[in-house]
Write a protein that binds this ligand. Structure first.
Ligand code: COA
Length: 278
């Protein structure tokens, strides 16, 4: 079937009855992460999820986060029985239409480096690899093996008034930090150096104890990752003895993670593209 001649597709907001669909399609992402429980689905994913339908049939689902000028596509899945017929492209085009109508100019996403189908799709949509990143699995017991900071510093809660500066320092889209802060169970911390407390670019982390994940975790000096992770440790979910953390575009930091005994969970590309010239 050529989707160009197919019955019209639409994106609809998900509702509570879509948990079974979410759980089935989440597995298709093959992330190795636990399928979120129904309670987590309701709290974290439901209001962001959209179901892709054609002629009343469910074709796939997506979750994307819209910021004032940029958007992050978090999940896109076409159900296995509908693949390789142009539905992935149709879904991406439907997302782009929504985003453009809301004023977004760029979009971005993370994709596993070995996911050739998704890579082909995103390149077809004009997206390009901006950088490589690695998602690590670190047991909290391995944290002691990570080098400490040479500077006197501590982790402090990132204040709202600091968002703009930190977003600029780490090339995050405007509004990203406020969006994370608003999510239940998210902690935003930054590094404060004794020598220069006004320096807002030494490092920051978003920590989600329930996942448990540290993403993003950006640091100017590797030792600051230990400072931030120790603060995360204090907030951890005691039933989880590990944390998933993502090292983005920072090879020395990735090497330090391996040296500490962390293992690779996923190797990713970060891709970005224009919605204007699409
Ligand atoms: C990735 C995914 C959404 C693609 O959906 P799809 O409906 O099969 O894709 P389409 O038919 O629209 O194909 C889009 C492009 O990708 C290419 N493509 C699709 N499957 C491919 C494959 N297995 N290998 C290589 N290229 C592939 C197509 O040739 C097409 O390119 P073209 O327009 O130049 O011909 C689908 O495979 C999927 O849901 N995978 C599991 C979940 C997943 O990995 N999501 C992405 C997470 S980042």
């Amino acid at each position: 079937m050529d989707s160009n001649n197919a019955p019209e597709a639409r994106l609809r907001a998900a509702d509570e009855r879509d948990y079974a669909l979410f759980a089935r399609l989440f597995l298709e992402l093959n992330t190795g992460d636990e399928t979120p429980s129904e309670a987590t689905f309701r709290a974290t994913f439901l209001h962001r999820m959209r179901v892709f339908e054609r002629d009343g049939a469910t074709i796939g689902m997506t979750i994307f986060d819209k910021l004032p000028e940029a958007a992050y596509v978090r999940i896109i899945v076409i159900a296995p029985e509908h693949r390789a017929r142009g539905e992935g492209r149709a879904l991406m085009n439907a997302i782009a239409t929504v985003l453009r109508a809301e004023g977004c100019k760029t979009w971005r996403l993370n994709v596993k480096r070995d996911n050739s189908a998704a890579l082909a799709l995103y390149k077809r949509m004009g997206m390009r690899v901006a950088y490589e990143s690695t998602a690590f699995n670190l047991f909290w017991s391995q944290l002691d093996a990570l080098q400490t900071s040479a500077s006197a510093e501590r982790a402090v809660v990132l204040a709202e008034r600091e968002d703009e500066h930190v977003e600029r320092a780490w090339s995050l889209p405007t509004g990203q930090l406020a969006q994370w802060r608003a999510r239940p169970g998210n902690f935003l911390l930054r590094v404060e150096r004794t020598s220069d407390p006004s320096d807002l670019g030494a490092g920051f982390v978003r920590f989600e104890p329930a996942f448990p994940g540290a993403f993003p975790l950006r640091v100017r000096e590797i030792g600051s990752a230990r400072t931030l992770l120790e603060a995360c440790l204090a907030q951890r979910d005691l039933s989880k003895d590990y944390v998933r953390l993502v090292v983005e575009d920072n090879e020395p930091f990735a090497r330090a993670m391996y040296a500490a005994g962390a293992t690779t969970h996923m190797e990713l590309f970060h891709m970005t593209g224009s919605l204007v010239s699409l």
